[in-house]
Write a protein that binds this ligand. Structure first.
Ligand code: FAD
Ligand code: SF4
Length: 518
């Protein structure tokens, strides 16, 4: 055999660079399901099932194309990717390995090691799924004192001619965030549009049985599994999103409502991250709907900003800052992750709802991740690495290149550290910590109405833990943020809190940290 072309669970694209020059007569595909990918963090059963079902469908499609596929299934009992690859190198004796750049530093090291151990050349190719290569991102970052997504995004819009009229952004501005922060008010959301759901076929049902047997104590309700597992299904999901949800996506982008997990979001991150969808077709579909007058500009721009801006930006951050990025802890946070993150068993209504749907479905939208589960961990002072392990485990779309910068940088403000460990003011993901009291959650949702706590109170038995911890966060980091251009005002407000109340805040925050009171 000439080349063994390695295809990982998040590389399910028949047009991937790994297949350039692929000759079905002399080359073969290699895929493996290994236990470690579901156990190195306690991966949601929904996440594991999605990856495995999509892999098996991809392998079946390539076999139908007449390609040879060497596929190790989970039942073979192999623990690691490198063990699986080593066994097949010995058995198949390929002349070389081909791999499109993986999404995870750990996996890249493991596969490089396996090739090296057998003296085999590894042809590592750019992942052209993304608009920007890592080199493009490094060129953008070079010489800049401070990296900001906004400037990168504008460059991407210009370079790829997205939402541009001549050399001007459509509508004369780059950003329509101000139009995109609606909440549902007291009446609640209008009827939520239909969501694409796909009944599991025989291949997926087999996976569901295997995953249930192999990972009985992992979170995730497999009885509700209906994620797209093929490219055809992913394209159907994209079409339905653009027709039904995109018109109001911007307006309701930040809103939350108890018992409504899906709202107007795309639910396309998993299909994108598995590479069943290409970001270009997603962005093009959104822009075409705007140009056809079917979607307001604020919605189209708000959505495109997430895909062309944030998604590409976080990948650049990950690959230019790893492996050191993983250990950053700029706020010196060391509290353990509360046990209720694994059960949802808390009397805080907002956290109970966000964690409950996360553990059940493997999905929560951005504001739930950032301003509920992420915010609570940040205010409590949880070790960012424990927060990272949770986010990597529980979401269907979790792959480290996208999860880590979002968790460690955006939600935990932990990445403001120079390579030598000294504080750097702000990191590349956020210019200030995303902190708020429970009043923010009260404004953006109906959770507080059904909660035993009061978001406007910072002390006392019924004070909202978010509100207590917000003031405690400011007090603990007062010196760090006193002269911060975007935080100084919040720190200044702390001076107005009388000393006895400050002491009561600190005492209650300590109690929350020790696990009592919430
Ligand atoms: P929508 O809200 O409909 O957004 C549309 C698309 O934009 C998404 O499908 C996604 O591809 C992209 N997108 C939106 N926001 C981001 C972002 N901040 N970074 C990168 N892409 C973005 N996203 C993941 O894909 N995998 C993760 O593991 C992940 N972990 C996160 C952890 C934390 C703490 C936070 C705050 C965010 C995380 N995100 C992650 C980003 C974002 O929350 C999800 O992409 C989004 O909620 C997925 O749901 P959706 O497809 O309905 O997205
Ligand atoms: Fe969450 Fe606080 Fe509101 Fe309760 S009062 S739902 S804990 S924000």
């Amino acid at each position: 055999m000439r080349h063994l072309v390695i295809v990982l669970g998040d590389q399910l694209d028949a047009a991937s660079s790994a297949f350039d020059g692929f000759d079905p007569a002399r080359d073969a595909l290699w895929m493996a399901e290994v236990a470690e990918e579901s156990t190195h963090v306690r991966s949601s059963r929904v996440r594991s099932a999605l990856f495995l079902a999509a892999m098996r469908h991809f392998a079946a499609e390539r076999r139908a194309d007449g390609w040879t596929v060497h596929y190790t299934s989970l039942d073979a009992g192999v623990t690691t990717l490198s063990d699986a690859l080593a066994a097949d190198i010995t058995r198949l004796r390929p002349a070389g390995l081909v791999l499109s750049a993986p999404g995870d530093w750990r996996v890249l090291q493991a596969l490089r090691g396996a090739g090296k151990a057998h003296g085999l050349p590894l042809d590592l190719r750019d992942d052209r799924h993304f608009y920007a290569t890592v080199r493009d991102f490094a060129a953008h970052a070079k010489g800049r004192k401070q990296l900001r997504m906004e400037y990168f995004y504008r460059e991407m819009r210009q370079r790829h001619r997205v939402l541009m009229d001549g050399d001007q952004p459509c509508g004369g501005q780059w950003n329509f965030d101000a139009d995109n922060r609606g909440s549902f008010g007291a009446d609640g959301p209008p009827p939520v549009p239909p969501r694409a759901g796909f009944a599991p076929d025989a291949l997926t049902r087999e996976v569901l049985v295997t995953v249930a047997q192999r990972f009985p104590d992992h979170p995730g309700d497999l009885s509700a599994f209906d994620w797209p597992v093929t490219r055809d299904q992913a394209l159907q999901a994209l079409r339905l999103f653009v027709d039904e949800r995109l018109p109001d996506f911007g307006r309701w982008q930040d809103a939350m409502w108890a018992g409504e997990p899906w709202l107007w979001h795309a639910h396309l991150s998993a299909a994108l991250n598995l590479k069943l969808l290409n970001p270009r077709e997603v962005v093009t579909a959104a822009e075409a709907a705007y140009r056809a007058g079917r979607v307001p500009l604020a919605s189209a721009e708000g959505f495109i900003r997430q895909v062309l801006g944030w998604r590409e930006y976080v990948r650049g951050i990950y690959w230019t800052q790893m492996p050191g990025y993983l250990d950053r802890n700029a706020l010196d946070a060391h509290a353990p992750l509360p046990a209720f993150y694994w059960t949802g068993d808390t009397d805080m209504a907002c956290l109970r709802d966000a964690i409950g749907q996360t553990l059940r479905l493997g999905y929560a939208h951005h504001i739930q991740r950032l301003m509920v589960t992420g915010l609570y961990a940040l205010l409590l002072g949880v070790d960012p690495n424990q927060v990272h392990a949770w986010y990597l485990a529980v979401y269907v779309d979790a792959v480290e290149w996208v999860e880590l910068p979002n968790t460690l940088g955006m939600s935990q403000y932990a990445d403001g550290v120079k390579a030598d460990g000294r504080p750097a003011g702000a990191g590349p993901m956020a210019s200030k910590p995303y902190i708020a009291t429970g009043q923010y959650i009260a404004r953006m949702s109906n959770h507080c109405a059904g909660c035993r706590y009061r978001p406007d109170r910072r002390t006392g038995d019924d004070a909202c833990p978010f509100t207590t911890l917000y003031w405690d966060f400011l007090a603990r980091h007062e010196a760090r943020f006193a002269r911060h251009p975007r935080m100084a005002l919040q720190v200044k407000n702390l001076a107005r809190v009388p000393a006895p109340e400050r002491a009561a805040i600190a005492a209650r925050a300590d109690a929350l940290r020790r696990g009592s009171g919430a």
